[in-house]
Design a protein around this ligand. Structure first.
Ligand code: BJ8
Length: 427
């Protein structure tokens, strides 16, 4: 196992990173992490694992990816929840989420993309153009998807910089769309077989489905503990666990999250909270929050609120649903994979009643006093769907605060004022 003093610079250099720029990025993350995470009191002890993972964010995990490639494996990058990691895993690939949560190289990005592009897209383009992300540089293939227009068109330009394969995701869920999606799953298998040089087997797919389901089950356990009052883990810590789920080693992650879930159950029995019992409870819903985007949770919890659930792709949308494990042949397993993934409720779909129902249900299950709807600026699907969510929430007696923001820290003061007023109102 690598230790804290391991020199990773030769590895980063070998990946073609811009070492000077990369140093700058790596010096910023510990400060952000210390301010948002290490400043918390009453954290579960098991979160020490995530402190370690973050301290090694471009180190140990990248080395593991490199070792995996050296042993004949592949690394496959993804940007979206709809790309089935079970298939990647079954073909000897390691799946890494590439969405980025920080501003980088925007000057260069804005020469390619309009200024009014969402921060998530600008960020992943910036990390690639600026050569500061060892994850994307490790990838043998990057899989995009036809979700929102911004992503779909950005992949055309991203494809000039990296090997990209785009899956066609329907935008409705009728039988004809399900058939199209099932065909896309077959086409993905064929593409990944070509890239990995392996054939998909029922045995490998069944094992991968079980392993990824186990990861999601562990996250379900961790998050179920957040129904308790006082809440035994902060929203920030729970968010971090899901963010890391996109790139960490699957069995290790599952084991560590189950250990945290055990600890949370003990904390509930002992009445130990990570945040005060009377803290106003908030559900956050909207656009995804990629590492190191902890801004909104940090604002809410520093203002005295407790985020008790995320209806986000970096939240319940990632772990709530499992792939059915009963099929025994490849076709049946791929049917189950296709069905589970098309059942995700992204705002790119129309209509999208499932998300509205999920938001209200989760807010009620987790005892939320109010909902914060978070949208990245210029993210039309979530900004527009906020109206539908707000109407349904208000009908259920749940107040809503709508926040449209980006990755800059310039509006933190203004956001804090709005969040404080909202917490006072719902508390
Ligand atoms: S399943 S939310 S990960 S598409 S924030 S790029 S929608 S303009 S990320 Fe997403 Fe898959 Fe849906 Fe989830 Fe466009 Fe909005 Fe930007 Fe977005």
């Amino acid at each position: 196992m690598a230790d804290a003093v391991t020199d990773y610079r030769p590895m980063w250099e070998g990946l073609g990173l811009d070492l000077g720029a990369h140093d700058l990025l790596l010096s910023a993350i510990p400060m952000m992490y210390a301010d948002a995470y290490l400043s918390q009191t009453d954290r579960p002890e098991g979160m020490a694992y995530f402190d370690f993972v973050l301290s090694e964010i471009h180190g140990l995990r990248i080395k593991e990816l490199m070792d995996h490639k050296a042993a004949g494996g592949t690394v496959i990058g993804t940007f979206c929840l709809y790309v089935p990691e079970e298939i990647i895993r079954a073909l000897g690939g390691l799946s890494v989420g590439l969405c980025a949560g920080a501003e980088w190289a925007y000057d260069e990005v804005e020469r390619l993309l309009p200024r009014n592009t969402c921060a998530l897209i600008k960020s992943f383009m910036g990390f690639k153009i600026g050569k500061v992300c060892p994850y994307v540089e490790s990838c043998d293939l990057v899989i995009g998807e036809t979700t929102c227009d911004g992503k779909k068109k950005a992949y055309e330009l991203f494809g000039e910089l990296a090997p990209v394969y785009v899956m066609e995701l329907p935008q409705m869920k009728r039988p004809a769309d399900q058939a199209l999606w099932r065909g896309e799953i077959d086409r993905l298998v064929a593409k990944l077989e070509e890239v990995t040089g392996r054939r998909l087997t029922a045995e490998a797919l069944s094992k991968a489905i079980k392993e990824v389901n186990d990861k999601r089950r562990a996250l379900q356990r961790l998050n179920a503990a957040r129904k308790a009052s006082p809440v035994p883990i902060s929203g920030k810590d729970a968010l971090l666990a899901v963010q890391v789920a996109f790139y960490d080693d699957v069995p290790r992650f599952t084991q560590m999250v189950n250990a945290i879930a055990d600890e949370l159950e003990q904390r509930i029995a002992a009445g130990t909270g990570a945040l005060p019992a009377g803290a106003p409870r908030v559900l956050v819903t909207g656009s995804p929050m990629s590492i190191p985007n902890w801004k909104l949770h940090d604002v809410i919890e520093k203002a005295g609120g407790a985020v008790v659930m995320e209806e986000l792709c970096t939240g319940s949308r990632y772990y709530e649903k499992l792939v059915d494990e009963t099929a025994t042949d490849i076709d049946g397993m791929l049917d189950a994979v296709a069905e589970k993934y098309l059942d995700i409720n992204c705002a790119c779909f129309t209509p999208n009643p499932g998300r509205t129902e999920d938001v209200v249900r989760l807010a009620q299950e987790y005892g939320a006093d109010g909902i914060v709807h978070y949208a990245l600026q210029f993210c039309a699907p979530y900004q527009i769907e906020a109206t539908t969510i707000e109407r349904a929430a208000q009908k259920a007696g749940l107040p809503v605060l709508r926040i449209d923001t980006d990755y800059s820290m310039e509006d933190v003061g203004q956001l804090s004022t709005r969040v404080e007023a909202f917490l006072e109102m719902i508390g």
